[in-house]
Design a protein around this ligand. Structure first.
Ligand SMILES: *Cc1c(COP(=O)(O)O)cnc(C)c1O
Ligand code: SF4
Length: 347
C-alpha cells in the first residue's frame, strides 16, 4: 500500500465513513491530505475520538477559519533573505529544501506552505544560492533542515546537501526536524544514515511525535538505528486538544522518548494556523497541563513549553510559574502537590 492521499482512499481504507466523504472532500480541496501505511495501521476506526486519527484524518472543523489565524503564523516569510532560508536568530538558519511530507498533519503550522500546492522544492540553483548564503554568514553555527519533512529526500539528495555543508567551517551542527521515523520508518536505513553523516558535522534529529502510540516498535527501531549510527535525537511535540491535552498522556510520551534515548526538547503551544481552532486551548489551560506533567515526571523527561510569538518574533518559554511575589523579597511557592510554602530571600 502506498500513502492514502484522497478522501476516496481514506474511505476505501475504512478510515472515514461514507457520510463523511463530502466533508472530507471539502477539507481536501483546501488543505493537503496524506496518511501513510504506518500511520493508517495505528488508527482505530471504531474509536471516534482516536488520538492518532485526530492528527491525520481531515475534519470539517478545519473549514472554520478565524480572523486571528494566519497563513504564516510564525512569520517565516518576513525572515527569508533568500529562497529556502529562514534566518530569524543570528546563529542558526532554517533550510527548507523540500515542501512535501509523508503525512499531512491537520494542525500543521506550515500547512499553507507544505503539500503539493506549497512553497516548492528548491531547484538546484536555489539550493546553491541558499548554501552560498550560509557560507557567507559566518555567524551561522547551526543549519536546521525542515520543510516539509527533510527525511523524504532520497539518501542521494540528502548526501548532496550534507556534502555541500561539509566545507563550511563555521557550521558545526546540522539539525533535521522530522516525523519520518514515526510516519514512514522504512525510510530509515543505512543509506539514509550514511547520507546524514556525510557532512562530518554533529547531527541532531528532532523527532516530532505527539502521542505515545506513535512510538511503535518500528519507530523505536528507526530511532535506535539513527542513534546507534552516531546521530543525537531530541523530541518535539505539539500540545493538542483531543490528542495529548492530558498530563498522564504527556507523561507516557515523554518517558517513552527518554527510554528510547531521545531527549524531550520542545512541547509547542499550538500556533494560530488556519482551520486549527479545534486543536487549541488557552495558554492558562496549557500551563495547567504542563504543571501536571512536571509534577509527575523526572526532570530528564521534561520538555520546555514553548510559544512561537505570532508575526515572527521568535519562541518564548511559557513557564509553569509556581512562584508568586507577595511582598518585597517574599514569595509563595506552590509545590507539585498544590501545597503552598513561603520563601523569603532577605530578612
Ligand atoms: C524554531 C526556529 C528555530 C530553532 O529554534 P530553537 O529554539 O533553536 O529550536 C530557528 N529558526 C527559526 C526561524 C525557527 O522558527
Ligand atoms: S510532518 Fe511537520 S511539516 Fe509536515 S505536515 Fe506534519 S507538522 Fe507539518
Amino acid at each position: 500500500m502506498t500513502a492514502l492521499i484522497t478522501p476516496r482512499h481514506l474511505l476505501e481504507a475504512g478510515l472515514i465513513a461514507a457520510d463523511q466523504l463530502d466533508g472530507t472532500e471539502a477539507v481536501a480541496a483546501r488543505f493537503a491530505v496524506s496518511v501513510t501505511e504506518a500511520v493508517a495501521r495505528l488508527i482505530d476506526p471504531a474509536d471516534s475520538a482516536d488520538p492518532i486519527a485526530r492528527q491525520y484524518i481531515p475534519d470539517t472543523a478545519e473549514l472554520v477559519l478565524l480572523p486571528q489565524e494566519s497563513a504564516d503564523p510564525i512569520g517565516d516569510h518576513a525572515h527569508s533573505p533568500v529562497e529556502g532560508i529562514v534566518h530569524r536568530y543570528p546563529d542558526r538558519v532554517l533550510l527548507k529544501a523540500v515542501h512535501v511530507c509523508p503525512v499531512y498533519c491537520r494542525f500543521c503550522f506550515r500547512r499553507e506552505m507544505v503539500g503539493p500546492q506549497g512553497d516548492g522544492t528548491l531547484s538546484g540553483a536555489a539550493l546553491a544560492a541558499a548554501i552560498a548564503y550560509i557560507a557567507e554568514h559566518k555567524e551561522i553555527w547551526e543549519v536546521i533542515l525542515t520543510g516539509g519533512d527533510p527525511l523524504v529526500l532520497s539518501p542521494r539528495r540528502l548526501k548532496e546537501i550534507m556534502e555541500r555543508l561539509a566545507p563550511i567551517d563555521h557550521v558545526k551542527v546540522v539539525r533535521l526536524h522530522s516525523r519520518v521515523p514515526v510516519t514512514d520508518p522504512a525510510r530509515v536505513g543505512s543509506e539514509l544514515i550514511d547520507a546524514l553523516k556525510s557532512s562530518g558535522k554533529t547531527v541532531y534529529v528532532a523527532l516530532h511525535a505527539n502521542h505515545p502510540r506513535e512510538l511503535t516498535d518500528e519507530a523505536r527501531a528507526a530511532s535506535a538505528a539513527l542513534i546507534d549510527g552516531g546521530i543525537m535525537m531530541v523530541s518535539q511535540s505539539v500540545l493538542l486538544r483531543g490528542v495529548n491535552d492530558d498530563p498522564a498522556v504527556l507523561a507516557s510520551l515523554m518517558r517513552l522518548f527518554v527510554e528510547n534515548r531521545i531527549k524531550p526538547y520542545y512541547l509547542h503551544h499550538p500556533d494560530l494556523a488556519p482551520g486549527t481552532s479545534h486543536f487549541r486551548m488557552s495558554i492558562e489551560e496549557g500551563r495547567a497541563i504542563v504543571a501536571g506533567l512536571r509534577a509527575r515526571i523526572s526532570g530528564l523527561a521534561m520538555p520546555s513549553y514553548i510559544l512561537d510569538i505570532p508575526g515572527g518574533h521568535g519562541k518564548v518559554q511559557l513557564p509553569e510559574s509556581p512562584v508568586r511575589e507577595v511582598g518585597e523579597g517574599c514569595y509563595t511557592i506552590e509545590d507539585r502537590l498544590g501545597d503552598v510554602h513561603s520563601y523569603a530571600d532577605r530578612n
